[in-house]
Design a protein around this ligand. Structure first.
Ligand code: PBG
Length: 328
């Protein structure tokens, strides 16, 4: 192979046009999925203190927000619901008149072309904040599957385009696929949170979604951060059970796994750039310690470079606006 002085890599970095032309990884507004937290009531727009720029929205406000998102090129949202009441069996999660079930048609009529993904989990709906049915301090896998599948079905009935289970129960993709197919929703895709770690980076989300566990933690169902081979096993199992898309979560501390999963699956791969990743950037930016726009675009590019086709991120609207202004 030729080397210096024949080869001069700097030649291709000399102008911004040349750099643009040879860039391997690019960002588009349509790569992003924006998370929304839906609360009861009307005209509610409540700031989430640990996530500057993020609001809990009532259904009417969420519909307006969807219009704003569509206008800047965001084509997909993922919905989280905060029910008026919580109980031991998470009834609000699979209530046909539940908060997410009512938000779907409202967003649909505001922006018919918006892709509506729903997060399927019970932790926002249980009084103890765990992601399923508890027996004492133990989360029971198989009894939870039935409630998860019911929740996914009720989202599909309400018009969800895609369902995204995030509970980390074993067998939930197959359970959901079975129920959806039986009820005539064989064309609703499952975007599975296949590789989801027990992470400190979910802290701010639990304020936004009011879903912190009342006791204990999620280490008996979410993955141990030290495990990479197990991530590949989880991804393979979800694919075998019929997942249509796979999520790796969090994103930035787990780019190695995005890459490794990318090399092993042909399914679309999604990275969830989670609340703590967002909060850290916002806090540093508010202190003028970093250039927010530059850091966010660099981080998003890294996530795509590591293998993500799509990124779920609270930064999505900012990124879409920056890209429209011509940032790269
Ligand atoms: C629900 C769920 C969580 C997140 C997405 N879905 C929280 C958790 O597992 O505790 C976290 C998202 C974020 O931090 O932005 N189970």
């Amino acid at each position: 192979m030729a080397t210096f002085p024949i080869v001069r890599p700097r030649r291709l970095r000399a102008s911004s046009t040349l750099r643009d032309l040879v860039r391997e990884t690019t960002l588009h507004a349509s790569d992003f999925i924006y998370p929304m937290f839906i609360v009861p009531g009307e005209q509610q727009r409540r700031a989430v203190s640990s996530m500057p720029g993020v609001f809990q929205l009532s259904i009417d406000e969420a519909a307006k927000e969807a219009e704003t998102l569509a206008a800047i090129g965001i084509r997909a949202v993922i919905l989280f619901g905060l029910p008026p009441e919580k109980d031991l069996r998470a009834s609000g999660a699979y209530d046909d008149q539940g908060i997410v079930q009512r938000a779907i048609p409202a967003i649909r009529s505001a922006v018919p072309e918006m892709l509506i993904i729903t997060d399927v989990c019970l932790c926002e709906y249980t009084s103890h904040g765990h992601c399923g049915v508890m027996k004492g301090e133990v989360l029971l896998n198989d009894p939870t599957l039935e409630l998860i599948a019911r929740t996914a079905l009720s989202h599909a009935r309400a018009g969800a385009d895609v369902v995204a289970p995030s509970d980390m129960m074993d067998g939930r993709v197959a359970a959901i696929r079975g129920v959806l197919d039986k009820e005539g929703f064989q064309d609703v895709p499952i975007m599975s949170y296949a590789v989801k770690f027990a992470s400190g980076f979910y802290g701010p989300f639990r304020e936004a979604a009011d879903s912190a566990p009342a006791f204990g933690d999620r280490r008996a169902y979410q993955m141990d951060p030290g495990n990479a081979r197990e991530a590949l096993k989880e991804a393979a199992l979800d694919e075998a059970e019929g997942a249509d898309m796979l999520i790796v979560k969090p994103a930035l501390p787990y780019l190695d796994l995005l890459w490794r999963v990318r090399e092993r699956t042909n399914l679309p791969l999604v990275a969830y750039n989670v609340s703590g990743e967002y909060a850290m950037v916002k806090a540093a930016a508010q202190n003028d310690w970093i250039d927010e726009r530059r850091v966010v675009l660099e981080a998003m590019t890294s996530i795509r470079r590591a293998g993500a086709d799509l990124i779920i991120s609270y930064h999505a609207p900012d990124v879409a606006r920056w890209l429209a202004e011509g940032a790269s």
